[in-house]
Write a protein that binds this ligand. Structure first.
Ligand code: NI
Length: 185
């Protein structure tokens, strides 16, 4: 496996609408995804989309720990039973539908915008589908942090960064300073 270079905000590849993948089972797609997972893990990311490694393809991968999912469920006061961790997931050619109108604010960071964090509104609940590397359809409902991660990664496929979703640019801060923020209530 190979660690890939991560594209940074300002590079045009992060502004492109990524191309559909004709066949998720192609060996070169598997190799790309394996390298994306390695790169994401090494960089300490929760998710990574193919444009972030200079591949303008509709693919992303993510992982949500149970601890993180539960913490977010408690913060949002949604039932913790609805929030469990999500195993490493690869989605090729994903699609998202929003469920309901509930929108929550939460902190996000991005491997393409290193060192910064911002508060971003996202839909609380979504339904998503996409193909795994075996060509099988994956369909899930998600809420809370899981839904946030999927919306963030999906945006990368349409050339959108989280900073454009922010409603108050004053919350864009260095992650080292996040401790100075008042706990959100
Ligand atoms: Ni990102």
């Amino acid at each position: 496996m190979t660690l890939l270079k991560i594209s940074k905000m300002g590079h045009p590849v992060l502004r492109q609408v990524a191309a559909l993948v004709p066949d998720p089972t192609m060996p070169e797609i598997r190799e790309l995804v394996e390298n994306m997972v390695e790169t994401m893990t090494e960089a300490g990311g929760t998710g990574i989309a193919a444009p972030q490694v200079f591949e303008s393809k509709r693919i992303f991968t993510f992982f949500v720990s149970e601890e993180r999912a539960k913490a977010e469920a408690e913060r949002l006061r949604i039932s913790p039973e609805d929030e469990s961790g999500v195993p490493l997931t690869v989605l090729v050619n994903p699609e998202i539908d929003f469920i309901g109108d509930q929108v929550d604010e939460g902190w996000e960071g991005c491997l393409s915008i290193p060192g910064l964090m911002g508060i971003v509104p996202r839909h609380r609940s979504i339904r998503y589908r996409g193909f795994g590397l075996d060509g099988k359809l994956i369909e899930r409902e998600a809420s809370g942090f899981h839904a946030r991660v999927v919306q963030h990664e999906y945006d990368h496929l349409d050339g959108v960064l989280y900073t454009e979703r922010m409603t108050d640019i004053k919350s864009l801060i260095f992650s080292s300073e996040v401790g100075y923020q008042k706990p959100d209530e």
